[in-house]
Design a protein around this ligand. Sequence first.
Ligand code: NIG
Ligand code: FE
Length: 408
Amino acid sequence: MLIGPFTQILPMTGMPLKGALQDEQLPVIHNGGVVAEDGKILAVGDYKALQQAYPDQELQFIDQPMVLLPGFIDCHTHICFDGNRSRDYAMRIAGKSYLEIARAGGGIWDSVTKTRVADTVTLAENTVARANRHLMEGVTTIEVKSGYGLDFDSELKMLRAIQQASLHTPATLIPTCLAAHMKPKDYAGTETEYLDWVLSELLPVLKAQSLTNRVDIFIEETAFSPAAATSYLRAAAAKGFAATVHADQFTAGGSEVAVATGALSADHLEASTDKEIQLLAQSNTVAVVLPGASLGLGMPYAPARKLLNEGACLAIASDWNPGSAPMGDLLLQAAVMSAAEKLSAAEVFAALTFRAAPALLLTDRGRLEAGLLADMQAYPTNDYRDILYFQGKLKPCSIWKNGETVTA
Ligand code: NIG
Ligand code: FE
């Protein structure tokens, strides 16, 4: 299939994985096309040249101005949950503190309570609905965490629901076990005892049932300590689990653990200081910033500009969850953050595509290049700069997953 012509194609190729990017470094193919076969890209380039080189390809003719990009990769979400937390949000915007909200029955534990009583089918349906909404907004790969179960049956139920959901959405879902979201209120032992229980009882079953090979842990004064997290991540790695960390959200410390244990990514980073920024920049750990959580909590953004200037690999993810980031609009969040943090379009699109891929250990997507998946999205405009200019209101009009057109 030859798809095109597109007014502009941003293939996101040939750019470094780490550090600052100028828009001058962003390759743009004018009047371009893509040849896709068996879900993969066969060629990207000048439309007329492709027509000559591939005369037998079926044509998917684009008859309006469009800008083509790789599908976005959202490497951090919690879209498997039941219920919502609008009561928390109302209290927060009225000025109530985290502790006051928790005392009134809000916070992560409220979502745990609601998710524990939901059945697998309901959780899978909720996940599919959110994944499909994301997909129609150009997000073709979505990481999804457990972490609202926090006991054996409920964590297993969440990860089974994510697995079922992945069979009912064209989007790729990448599951992660976040049993280390917080020590459950109904667990009598210490944090170390709880993490040891996750390691010895839960992770082997998740592995045996192929439900996930990734773990996440929330390192924070209200969740798990750096010391306990370090032992947990080392032990999980020994069992074959790749890791990501909720790090430096309110207090710094988590990203140091992420780097020391070789985690794929350190996510949040709102409270990262120059020390953590340096550590991340000098490591292979992807620095994932979550503007949706800053917007939802009314807090400062993570230091994305500084991270890039120091040389980090910066990804932007939605953190879509019922508590701190209920909006779930990745493009809007990235666009709004870019104005505050002074990120170039090249840096933003990189953070949503090929720089997010290594956080999920994916090498088959994130750029438009021969051999990679034909995961693509097109915006109804003739200038890529319009996409961030409209701050998330300009949505893609065509989306392809594995070369197939996705329809609502
Ligand atoms: O990434 N920081 C911890 N966990 C989530 C919030 C989850 C919740 O409030 O339900 C986050 O922001
Ligand atoms: Fe999160």
